[in-house]
Design a protein around this ligand. Structure first.
Ligand code: HDE
Length: 723
């Protein structure tokens, strides 16, 4: 017992140390320039001293009754006169704005960007060359297809849009978690979006690509092949927004002091590694907790487990533009890392949740055309089209003065002769509202000969006016093959299963049969496996040669964190009355010390008593939060507790489901028996040998003595196998 107490004291010390570092980081969580700027418009709506008022400021006496000409029972005609009631109803009637035509469902957070290596050799943009700067950031993650009320964990591409509030103006990288896109030309965007969205006759399915129209379009547009392989891979079902990469996708330019240009692609790589759900989890979560990703982001930031990404650039000198087998302006192609390495130079940290969803996450408006001096566009045809579309779409969502909304306004001075329009906020003083003017007011920099004005990089214009792309753009398969070849065995299997699921939802044979023929152009075995499952004729030949090339940076396994970590992971601890408080408390403390999140799950949410008489109030009961919501499950010791759990089908299923989802499972003392029983009894699950010791089971960590597991090291061991 003495040694157990000593160990608990150690753990308590660790927890305190972890707590101190958390408060340090909260302390340093900068009230950054943008967050400070937002305070101008932020009000506390929980002020108990301030009476409620109308929008025009008069105090309201009664919020329960509409003014009436009533009889003595209070029933009678409503008076139209009641300006207070009418204002409330008017305001309510107009609360909704159009949702985004794509990427309607999202979650956002504030943070900052810091450079650790200057890119002064390639850009004169201070945000990328001044390592002393901290730039405020707002990020919005999203799904693409579903409407605003759809689920987070659906199979889909994820948006990763970043707004940098730089001292030179706002810079937006409006990216995705997949580095390529379905189409090369923006003119096709309405078609791909119509095809993937719910079908027009019945408006189904919601938030899914598993339907005839999508796969029909994808077959008819061979250039979509590479992207659909990515979308069907595990990248389509991320575990968390915090565990996915982000890619600018389009090719931009960086311009340095000497006026030289490099083509550039932007990439974000998460500190926690790139992790995904298995499909069964994603499916279940879409029903069990449609807000899973949104809550996950909020929860991590709230617990000071701030998500971080490394920021990198891939650079190609202007004179090397045509040295590649693919066109570097083609957004259906990656720049393979083996050919163009990533130069990591900065870090993004998200450290502040929004105060209000609508005014921040919904009203934030990104534009690919928002760039700052030192950064420029390229002739990437998709980018050129996007540059028109984003500004335009904000007009129908937010109105012409959307850039004045608090979340969108820059932190540097904004002054110009743009005027009026609906919802204008700024009051601009002065006589002249045009340039040139007799006061020389508000001049452009070329007039004052001051530096810092945006200069477009001068290029010679290709002469011919024609609707065309060069033949180099017509190789649609090489990189689709490269991607598939580079995946690990398990990733290939997941991709195959995803295709089977999707095509099984297509009921027109022409759709799934033709798609299988497309797969024969990538990998015959893949095509054959899919054909069997979806009921298409089995193909016999690889129709286009696959030379077997691979590249690094395509498989998720290339992004495992350098040091395994359980930071911010959710760990379920299963108990019932009679649990052992030493192994329970020890593990709770150990988990917290590693900045992970323990959740106590029991047959009831009322207080549960330990064998020594102490007690705890569980966070949830079994059905309230299923195993799908956790990264790992732990069962402490306790004879009575384990006996109860053994007899509880939900408890056994909890463990079994976690096991089948390849989650780390830990148990100590009596708890080991429960894990063993739950897994061994699984019908149809064959272990190599029925008597194989538990310790050899994938992801299962046990200790016969409760004390052995109750240490921070034990907690890491438990979860390092977690996906
Ligand atoms: Fe978008 N896209 N997109 N897109 N996109 C929009 O803009 C568009 C494309 C992306 O969190 C819309 O503000 C066209 C590629 C993200 O607010 C719209 C084309 C990539 C977001 C629009 C593309 C993206 C959007 C809808 C083809 C990855 C959400 C609402 C030329 C690099 C941003 C809005 C947020 C949103 C148009 C292709 C990513 C309609 C025309 C490629 C992350 O303007």
């Amino acid at each position: 017992m003495e040694s157990a107490q000593h160990r608990l004291q150690q753990i308590a010390n660790n927890v305190k140390a972890a707590g101190d570092s958390v408060s340090d980081s909260i302390g340093s969580m900068s009230m950054n320039k943008k967050v400070a700027d937002l305070q101008r418009d932020t009000k506390d709506s929980h002020d108990t001293k301030q009476n409620t008022t109308t929008d025009y400021g008069i105090k309201v006496a009664d919020l329960d009754h509409w003014l009436k000409t009533a009889d003595d029972k209070g029933i009678g005609h409503h008076a139209l006169e009641d300006q207070i009631a009418r204002e409330r109803i008017h305001r309510f009637d107009h609360e909704r704005i159009p949702e985004r035509v794509v990427h309607a469902r999202g979650a956002g957070a504030h943070g900052h960007f810091k450079l650790f290596e200057s890119l002064a050799d390639v850009t004169c943009a201070p945000v990328l060359n001044d390592t002393s700067r901290t730039t405020p950031i707002f990020v919005r993650f999203s799904t693409v297809q579903g409407s605003r009320g759809s689920a987070d964990t659906v199979r889909d591409v994820r948006g990763f849009a970043v707004k940098f509030y730089t001292d030179e103006g706002n810079w937006d990288i409006v990216g995705n978690d997949i580095p390529v896109f379905f189409i090369q030309e923006s003119i096709k965007f309405p078609d791909i979006v119509h095809a993937v969205k719910p079908e027009p006759d019945r408006e189904v399915p919601q938030a899914q690509s598993a339907h005839n129209n999508f796969w029909d379009f994808v077959f008819m547009h061979k250039e979509a092949t590479h992207m659909f392989m990515w979308a069907m891979s595990d990248r389509g079902t991320p575990r968390s927004y915090r565990m996915m990469q982000g890619f600018g996708v389009n090719t931009y330019s960086l311009i340095n002091e000497k006026g030289e240009r490099h083509f550039v692609k932007f990439v974000w790589t998460p500190e926690l590694g790139v992790h995904s759900f298995v499909w069964d989890e994603a499916l279940k979560l879409a029903g069990q907790d449609p807000d899973f990703h949104r809550k996950d982001l909020y929860e991590a930031i709230d617990n000071a487990a701030y998500p971080k990404w490394k920021f990198g650039v891939q650079l190609i000198k202007e004179e090397d533009q045509h040295k590649f087998d693919f066109d570097i302006l083609d957004a259906t192609k990656v720049w393979p890392e083996d050919l163009v390495p990533i130069r990591y130079c900065g870090e993004l940290e998200l450290n502040r949740n929004v105060d209000e969803y609508f005014t921040e996450t919904e009203q934030v408006a990104f534009c690919t055309s928002h760039i700052v001096p030192g950064i420029d566009f390229s002739n990437d045809p998709l980018l050129q089209g996007r540059n028109f579309s984003y500004f335009d779409t904000q007009l129908s969502r937010l109105g012409i003065n959307w850039q004045e909304l608090p979340i969108n306004r820059p932190v540097c001075p904004v002054l110009n002769f743009n005027r009026d329009g609906q919802g204008r906020h700024t009051i601009t003083k002065g006589k002249a509202n045009y340039w040139p003017n007799r006061f020389e007011a508000n001049p452009p920099t070329n007039h004052t000969k001051t530096p810092g004005g945006f200069q477009s990089y001068p290029t010679t214009n290709p002469a011919m006016k024609k609707r065309m792309l060069s033949p180099k753009w017509a190789d649609y398969l090489t990189q689709a093959q490269l991607f598939y070849n580079s995946l690990s065995k398990i990733e290939k299997l997941h991709l195959t299963n995803a295709l089977c699921f999707e095509l099984d939802h297509c009921d027109e044979p022409i759709v799934y049969e033709r798609l299988v023929t497309r797969l024969t152009e990538i990998d015959l075995e893949l095509a054959q496996m899919v054909a069997v499952k979806v009921g298409a004729p089995s193909p016999q030949h690889q129709s286009v040669k696959n030379p077997g090339h691979k590249s690094k940076g395509l498989s998720q396994f290339d992004f495992m964190p350098e040091k395994p970590t359980i930071k911010s992971r959710r760990i379920a601890i299963l108990i019932a009355d009679g649990y052992d408080s030493v192994s329970y408390n020890g593990m709770v403390a150990a988990i917290k010390a590693q900045s992970a999140l323990p959740f106590t799950i029991a047959p009831k949410r009322q207080e549960v008593r330990a064998s020594d008489g102490s007690a705890t109030k569980p966070d949830h009961f079994f059905n309230g939060m299923r195993s799908t919501m956790f990264d790992s499950v732990f069962v402490p010791s306790g004879e009575e507790s384990v006996k109860t759990l053994m007899g509880n089908g939900l408890a056994r299923y909890y463990i079994l489901e976690a096991f089948f989802h390849l989650k780390a499972i830990g148990a100590v003392g009596d708890g080991v028996k429960l894990v063993e029983r739950a897994i061994r009894e699984a019908e149809g699950y064959k272990l190599a040998s029925e008597s194989e010791p538990l310790v050899n089971w994938y992801g299962v960590v046990t200790a016969a003595k409760p004390e052995n597991a109750a240490s921070p090291k034990g907690a890491i061991e438990m979860a390092k196998d977690a996906k």
